[in-house]
Design a protein around this ligand. Sequence first.
Ligand SMILES: N[C@@H](CCC(=O)N[C@@H](CS)C(=O)NCC(=O)O)C(=O)O
Length: 232
Amino acid sequence: VVELYYWPEIQGRGELVRLALEDAGTPYVDVARGRGGVEKMLALMEGAAPGLAPFAPPFIRDGSRIVAQTALVLDYLAAPKGADARRQALQIQLTLADFIVEIHDTHHPIAGSLYYEDQRDEARRRAPIFLEERMPRFLGWLERTLARGDGEHVVAGVESYADLSTFQVLAGLGYAFPSAFERTASDIPLLMELHDRVAARPRIAAYLASPRRIRFNRMGIFRHYPELDLTV
Ligand SMILES: N[C@@H](CCC(=O)N[C@@H](CS)C(=O)NCC(=O)O)C(=O)O
């Protein structure tokens, strides 16, 4: 059974791995959500197991193998068949990873170690620039990627983990920045359809309705602070 290691109280980057495991119906243990699990996770990061220790969660343990870095974990667990499809999925996933860093930095522009309240002024400068410039640039690229492909999958013609991660980023942006996201929605019709299609996949729909799906909250990457959203 695959062991997933991730912070227990947030969706975060771990959610991208959870979605892939859930969609594939792969049995897994969400270790840090169990008793003593965070300690086990930290021990592995400190090098408790032989081999390369992970720098940060999420990571997985599959037998004697420990794999970290979200995109690499997804490639390990769920790479689409075919060298071209596999490379394209990774390319898209790494672009999503860049996007996620910028999303996170809207509420933590100075340091991850400081409270939001201690960097709110900087966040108030950064968030509108993200919403006006960066969010449309990333989403526009994803929309064009769909339009140039089969219109339904970010890797044309192939179902992949990158569709699931795209869904998660769209869901998170809609939660964090409802007003800015609504303004953008009409520019990204194919992405909005992808979002709904992924949410309706039987295993994903069951997962989203289950207690395994942690709710969005103010500890994760996608946070709703009304003062950072655009006012219409
Ligand atoms: N590039 C890594 C980033 C991993 C990462 O930033 N993990 C966060 C949680 S989502 C963390 O716990 N970071 C601890 C740290 O950076 O010190 C990935 O995509 O997996």
